[in-house]
Design a protein around this ligand. Sequence first.
Ligand SMILES: Cc1cc2nc3c(=O)[nH]c(=O)nc-3n(C[C@H](O)[C@H](O)[C@H](O)COP(=O)(O)O)c2cc1C
Length: 147
Amino acid sequence: MKILVAYATEHGSTREVAQKIGEALETKDLDVDVQDVRGVKDLSSYNAAIVGAPIIAFKFLEPAKEFVEGNKDALSKIPVAYFSLGMLMKRNTPFRRKLFMKWLKVVTEHVEPCDIGLFGGKTDKEDCRDWEKITAWAEGLAEKFGS
Ligand SMILES: Cc1cc2nc3c(=O)[nH]c(=O)nc-3n(C[C@H](O)[C@H](O)[C@H](O)COP(=O)(O)O)c2cc1C
């Protein structure tokens, strides 16, 4: 089973999360490509996809939105999960989750996901990424994708 982990990033922290997700999936014997959304040319060889981006100024980062919009036909045929990072997620409350779900509408309205992972992000001052939570989420996805 071949899985695409596609990410958009402004400062690199989402790339590192995508790589961690890729490593977690590989431990479940999945064949994984981790790529910047702008480098993905052909989706036909993938059995599932995970698309991630940070929230920057209250928006899911544009290249990831464009990727989902532009590939919605291919993505609609396979299981898709989204993940997002933001400093607001350093506390995962119902109100904050609701806000993220609103910001992710730009992709969920095009392709319905089987799962959404919301994680704390990283700035120059603070790193709120919870690697255990990220790994656990990815491992759960491997089961959902039917490894
Ligand atoms: C200019 C700027 C705007 C941001 N706006 C938000 C925001 O609206 N909501 C939020 O939760 N986090 C916000 N963040 C935090 C980022 O989502 C977080 O730093 C993320 O890890 C950045 O991902 P990247 O390193 O992949 O670019 C912002 C960060 C920056 C630098």
